[in-house]
Design a protein around this ligand. Structure first.
Ligand code: GRF
Length: 224
């Protein structure tokens, strides 16, 4: 997806991961299109064994392991991360299953340039085990959210959301699989909106710069 607001130059984007990297793969796949407004310039994992690193390398992307251990604590780890990003002129950072809580120092340094994907319709179900919790609460709708990162966990202006219906026979696994498909659809769209400067932030609200009236469909992605 491209936007008329795109100024032409692709934004140099890094993806931070800890595990399998299916959202990373969705972003890499989208960015294969030269018209996509972000180029993925770097993948960093805090776990050297993260399968995402090998997948990124196989796609020809520079992929680094930066362990959160042995860096002189949380601040040391984040300073190293920040240095690696800046050394490569990274402009946007996407968290994609990155299982470390970032401190306000890092979050502020990347203010409005740091995105996250969360497997729930925020502000409901911040934190872990979102699918089991949505089932336990009897939700009829569940989904995923891409948002700008703020110091508070799983909070920040919402860029895009996608919903799925909860089925009577759902387990956390079956529901989670449908939500994951939504994640893979909305993350590339949300990054495209940000990378093409198509959105503006006002408090907790994200608006399409060209938007007028009701919530623009580009920010809501009904996949199923
Ligand atoms: C996704 O469900 C994402 O929403 C959450 O962690 C999971 C990562 O999965 N933050 P993957 O590594 O992208 O496959």
């Amino acid at each position: 997806m491209t936007s008329g607001a795109n100024t032409g130059r692709r934004k140099r984007t890094a993806i931070l991961v800890s595990g399998r990297g299916s959202n990373m793969t969705a972003l890499l796949d989208a960015a294969v299109d030269p018209a996509y407004p972000a180029e993925i310039a770097l993948v960093v994992a805090n776990v050297a064994e993260a399968p995402a690193l090998e997948k990124a390398r196989a796609a020809g992307i520079e992929a680094l392991a930066v362990s959160h251990r042995g860096q002189g604590g949380r601040q040391g780890f984040e300073e190293r991360l920040d240095a690696e990003l800046r050394a490569r002129d990274i402009e946007l950072v996407c968290l994609a299953g990155f299982m470390r809580i970032l401190t306000p120092w890092f979050v502020e340094r990347w203010h409005d340039r740091l995105l996250n994907i969360h497997p729930a319709l925020l502000p409901a179900f911040k934190g872990l085990d979102t699918h089991a919790r949505a089932l336990a609460e009897g939700c009829r709708l569940h989904g995923a959210t891409v948002h700008y990162v703020r110091a508070e966990m799983d909070a920040g202006p919402i860029i895009a959301q996608g919903a799925v219906a909860v089925m009577d026979g759902d387990t956390p696994q079956t529901l989670g699989a449908r939500v994951l498909a939504v994640e893979h659809a909305i993350y590339p769209k949300a990054l495209a909106l940000v990378a093409s400067d198509a959105v503006e932030i006002e408090g907790m609200r994200v608006r399409l710069k060209t938007g007028d009236g009701p919530a623009p469909a580009a920010l809501i992605v009904p996949v199923t």
